[in-house]
Design a protein around this ligand. Sequence first.
Ligand code: IMK
Length: 831
Amino acid sequence: MNSKPFTRSKTTHAFSTLPPLSMDGKSVVEDFRRYFSRTLGRSELNEAAYHVYTSFAMAWRDRIVERWKKTQASYDAEDSKRTYYLSLEFLMGRALSNAMLNLEETSSTTDALQKLGLFLEEITEQEHDAGLGNGGLGRLAACFLDSCATLQLPVMGYGLRYEYGMFRQKIENGYQMEEPDHWLRIGNPWEIERQEFAVRVKFGGHTEPYTDDQGNTRVRWVHSHDVLAVPYDMPIPGYRNGTVNTLRLWKSTATDEFDLDEFNAGSYAEAVGEKNDAEHITMVLYPNDASENGKELRLRQQYLLASASLQDILRHWVAQHGNDFSQFAEKNCFQLNDTHPTCSVPELMRLLIDEHGLNWDDAWAITSRTVAYTNHTLLPEALERWSVSMFGRLLPRLLDIVYEINARFLAEVSLRWPGDSDRQQRMSIIEEGPEKQVRMAYLAVVASMSVNGVAELHSRLLQQHLFHDFYELWPNKFNNKTNGVTPRRWMASSNPELSKLITSVIGSDWITDMPQLRKLTPYADDAKFRAQWRAVKQANKARLAALVQKDCGVTFDVDAIFDIQVKRIHEYKRQLLNVLHVIHLYDRLKRGERDGITPRCVLIGGKAAPGYQMAKRIIKLVNSVASVVNDDPSTSELLKLAFLPDYRVSAMEIICPGADLSEQISTAGKEASGTGNMKFMMNGAMTIGTLDGANIEILEEVGSENFFLFGLNAEEVEAIRGHYNPDAIIEQDDDLARVMHLLECGHFNLFEPGIFDPIIQSIRNPHDPWLTAADFRSYIDAQHSAASAYLDHDHWTRMSILNTAASGKFSSDRTIADYNREIWHLPNMAQ
Ligand code: IMK
């Protein structure tokens, strides 16, 4: 690439010794004005809200860049061990308010802005969410980066710079409509393009043996169609500690070579067409959460990330150590965010062997000591498999290597279990059958030094079921890392009033030491503190009600219980069970049963994968039930239901502070962890939930008297299969029978007959994997307890305080400390 350094005299190092920028609000705002009027060339403040945001962000970026360069220089100087977090998704959300919080913005900024007639909140509102992820898995990656920078660990994220992030969801006539999310259209002030580090990535072609200068037989990958991967860096500031880490995102472009033959034959357009193909690779995020789709373009994305990132890391290694890889495994770690970046395993082998001349054993010793794999789901439909024929066509050299890894692995299996060919077949990385498949999860397990699940139950189920054979072979590889979320974004930034109240009684150290929240426990008995706590919650509910009014046109009364379920729409998450409860309440109200009914506002939000028909129908059902319930004057005083369109990170920042009740109602054994559950808990919501994922640990921390538990546990769910009879359950339960009758007689779809038949059938299906009818009764009972508990405001507020007080475990700082202590072993790098 064009990375020739600028010829310079000795005096030009003055470049790197610019005086530090002042953090004073007046100086920030001065810089903002200069960017606005001179760099962006704008004049009327009120005509260009977006440019106001951009120039304000640029002023803050300058202050981050100084710290960023220092941090990176210190990592290079120390030559410390590093971890690379490889992920196809980083759901970053907005950056500006996070940057201001972490750099310790002072109120003088707000004052200086106000002198110009500008309000900070209006400015931050202009920023478009960076929605480069689907849900929990992508947001976890973002929370982890925040914690790594806050704990001052040398960790770098590698991902893809999708031109289009998660689609924008519109609701028309109750149905989900998808619109493209062109988040970069108006520019992104938080990224720095680094053309000088662009790398070439190969696709297609074939492999051939050759003899090198020393007479060794080696392999080369030839006649490939190459694309160029260009990195864009985003800063990840730690919390008030001078550390700024890096998230490096790759954009694919064409190499600047044209097919000269085609070009000269007059096929100019065809020659340029190749450019187009290359640019498509990072065009759009696949919008599937916890399900795979097997498309070739997705495999191209996965390989682009793996190859570009590893080439980048090896280039950096060689620049510092030359071609000596003896210390590489001690100094590097690759954490795979699910199997999506697992091409990194054969790609690291390829680069070490083909490009750097190592032999197989040395390359494998490095790979199998540096790679670690996190599994994020047990759902079979989400386990990635690539057809061998497609894999070999696109990545011929990698397929050779995968076969070699498998052959050596199966030899190890047969030494451990001689003659057990069943087991060999079960454990093979290549699944035999009419269409041979590469099992990416097995490849990841075989190559990794660590395999972890994301909550205690999930990690246990991985060992007992999905990876049982591997657990028997290598019990020590397996471990748990219960997820967490960052308290900076999810409390300090999104709930400033609650944070202030907490800090007023226990000081501010909790922001980086969440277990300190336990000090709030005695304040649950303090009437004055409870009144303050409740006042904050009511104000947050008012803010949420305003959002619901604006985006749904539904009026929420802040004195009602706010009952909220926001997450991807998926059958296993059982939004349907939630709707059945709403129908049940509606039915009771219509029958005049008002005693003991607590006014309730139910909010459901989330996106359905565009190809997931059942999930889309559930959205339609929510909207249909909502219009009947909200429009009926005999029920709407006491019961409201709203579907919030376009649920995303910035919406959650308003939602979780205003929640009373958090719905975590998945079929036990199906939700690997959940992380929304943690955000609600920290902000003082009570959980109604099953014994699934991290709910179990939430219950353990807060105690069963402060949690509404219901439903079958994971063992009972497995035990019921084969003799589950939903029709009998419905017949024996009058409430459920009435709910089913309202659905079946078409009460919610009078003008669209039949549209909910597939949903009704799924509830009545004895093979319903999600067991909706099985948990109905205990769910209704738990909801009833929650409603009664809410009527005693004082008691509820007590429980709310105790939930926040018990939420310390669910900080991603704790999770990252666990990863570091047990897997990464990185030094703390105080700046
Ligand atoms: C999610 C899980 O569904 C959540 O339970 C978990 O909290 C979160 O990951 C973070 O660990 C997307 C996925 C996935 C598997 C595949 C794909 N698991 C999760 N999102 C594509």
